[in-house]
Design a protein around this ligand. Structure first.
Ligand code: 5GP
Ligand code: MG
Ligand code: MG
Length: 179
């Protein structure tokens, strides 16, 4: 895989489509096992998680539901530190087994601010399934039950993740090349 140029930046190949699918299927198998008979409700956080959510949901073979919310805190390659709910939750989660689907946990601020709102509605359980985690960037620790990859603190794109709106349709994950 050659490098890709998006706007003014150069990105290099990082995680192959096959490596991503392997982790997505491993997470789905764990959820199929852990939630059998519980009809979990997935909440996919838009925009970034839509491809991860689609692939994971297709690999889930137990009865399950999915809905979507939209949170935003990023602009360009830096977090703005402001979490905005652009589309809210339209589904009752009281007494439900909820699994949040997130593309990446960076500082952890987005989920740190959002999770208490969900706990307030008293779900039966609440867990996180996250494709990518940057442990060295995380300032608000949150327990991730199902994790795809632990990665260094470098900006990544592809597989749903964007750089200023572009790159979401790349099937692999690329990372910002050092200057
Ligand atoms: P946090 O609140 O944990 O700092 O960041 C959460 C959101 O910021 C993620 O859901 C994602 O949308 C965005 N984000 C964080 N790191 C990256 C990154 O390396 N690449 C891209 N494209 N988005 C990121
Ligand atoms: Mg996200
Ligand atoms: Mg983004």
């Amino acid at each position: 895989m050659p490098t890709v140029n998006i706007r003014d930046k150069v990105f290099e190949p990082y995680l192959t489509a096959a490596a991503i699918q392997e982790q997505v299927h491993r997470i789905a198998a764990a959820i199929n096992h852990d939630y059998a008979g519980k009809r979990p409700l997935f909440i996919s956080i838009l925009n970034g998680s839509f491809i991860f959510a689609a692939d994971l949901f297709k690999a889930v073979t137990i009865d399950a539901e999915i809905c979507f919310i939209k949170l935003a805190s990023y602009k360009g390659t830096k977090s703005t530190g402001q979490v905005i709910t652009a589309i809210g939750l339209d589904t009752d989660i009281h007494q439900r087994h909820v699994i949040i689907l997130e593309d990446i946990v960076d500082t952890g601020k987005t989920l740190h601010e959002f999770l208490p709102q969900l706990h307030h509605q008293q779900p039966a359980s609440l867990e996180l399934a996250v494709l990518l985690h940057k442990p060295s960037a995380t300032q608000f620790p949150i327990g991730i039950k199902y994790l795809g990859f632990s990665i260094p603190d470098k900006f990544v794109l592809g597989y749903g993740l964007d750089f200023d709106g572009l790159g979401r349709n790349i099937p692999e994950i690329y990372r910002l090349k050092e200057e």
